[in-house]
Design a protein around this ligand. Structure first.
Ligand code: DGY
Length: 327
């Protein structure tokens, strides 16, 4: 019988797939992230592990799992928590859950842009505190969203493109993007222009970040890049926290170098940089971009299927470390 471990409860639909296929599996009984020691102890001797983006899976964890381990099926589209090379070298497959969270993540990026532009959280607080004394011509001015604004997409893959199309079709935004690859489909659909990062930051009214976290993208947005941005611009990050230097962001927001920021991810999650939460011109969400029932169910189905395929000796559809696997 396969020896499977799930590091935290995922939606029932995925667990049922494992139960139907393998009869039983073990799972962290608590709805919390395992400690490092717990993780090391729990992966020991497993044939397959379903991990989360909050589980750092490095060489030590992979060695603790042991040579029989076939797969770490990550319940996320991102896989920066896993050392792909170390896994590949040990013959361990790593998989992710792409595609199904594209709409939900793009929708949250858009929600943050719109809410920042129209100061929705600040004004909600103002109302709840009973401070509203009546309409005023100069009260709570925000930024326009319609009227030919420019949106800069940093990292124009599935999610970045989805944001771009929705903002172009919905709000008539001009699209700039920076990416290693040309996105011909997006260009044809929206007239998007591929530009370098500097041009994108200088010309955009809204900037939405959608890159993978790599050594090259760590602190891609930093004190220097904030200097390039318009004082009326809005920065949104739904990718990974360390792409934005959070201390530099706090300074930029304090100095009104940009108008506002909307964040779903943080450099040292679940912590926020000192001073961030006290600022009025930032909206902070608790990494909820994929948090809709349909999306989380689909992620569970894909993660379970990846795991099942690996244990049945097949190549899972969403294998992300093929280049490192010993053949
Ligand atoms: C992911 O899947 O990588 C998101 O950050 C959470 O769903």
């Amino acid at each position: 019988m396969a020896n499977i471990y799930v590091t935290r409860r995922i939606p029932e639909i995925g667990l049922k797939m494992l139960k139907d296929k393998f009869g039983s599996f073990d799972m962290n009984p608590d709805d919390r992230v395992l400690t490092r020691d717990e993780l090391l102890a729990q992966v020991k001797g497993r044939d397959a592990v379903m991990s989360l983006l909050t589980d750092p899976i490095d060489a030590v964890v992979l060695d603790a799992a042991g040579p029989q381990c076939k797969i770490f099926s990550n319940y996320a589209v991102g896989f920066n928590n896993i050392d792909l090379k170390a896994a590949g070298e040990r013959g361990v497959m790593v998989t992710n859950t792409p595609g199904v969270l594209t709409d939900a993540t793009a929708d949250l990026a858009i929600t943050l842009m719109v809410a920042c532009a129209r100061r929705l959280v600040e004004t909600d607080g103002y109302m709840r505190k009973g401070m509203y004394k009546g309409w005023g011509p100069l009260l709570w001015l925000g930024q326009d969203i319609s009227g030919g604004k420019t949106l800069g997409i940093i990292g124009c893959g599935r999610i970045g493109s989805n944001v771009a199309v929705k903002m172009n079709k919905g709000f008539g935004m001009k699209i700039l993007y920076s990416d290693m690859n040309i996105n011909t489909q997006l260009e044809a659909e929206t007239g998007a222009k591929r530009v370098d990062l500097e041009t994108l930051l200088k010309e955009s009214d809204f900037v939405s970040v959608h890159v993978n976290l790599t050594p090259e993208t760590t602190h891609l947005i930093n004190a220097k890049t904030f200097e390039l941005m318009k004082p009326t611009s809005i920065l949104v990050n739904t990718s990974r926290g360390p792409v934005v230097d959070e201390n530099a962001l706090v300074d930029a927001l304090k100095a009104n170098k940009i108008f506002a920021a909307g964040l779903d991810v943080y450099e040292k999650e679940p912590l926020m940089a000192a001073g961030l939460a006290e600022l009025p011109n930032v909206i902070v969400a608790p990494h909820i971009a994929s948090a809709t029932p349909w999306t989380r169910d689909q992620m569970a189905i894909i993660a379970a299927q990846n795991l099942i395929d690996a244990l049945e000796g097949k190549e899972p559809q969403f294998l992300v470390n093929k280049e490192f696997l010993k053949s």
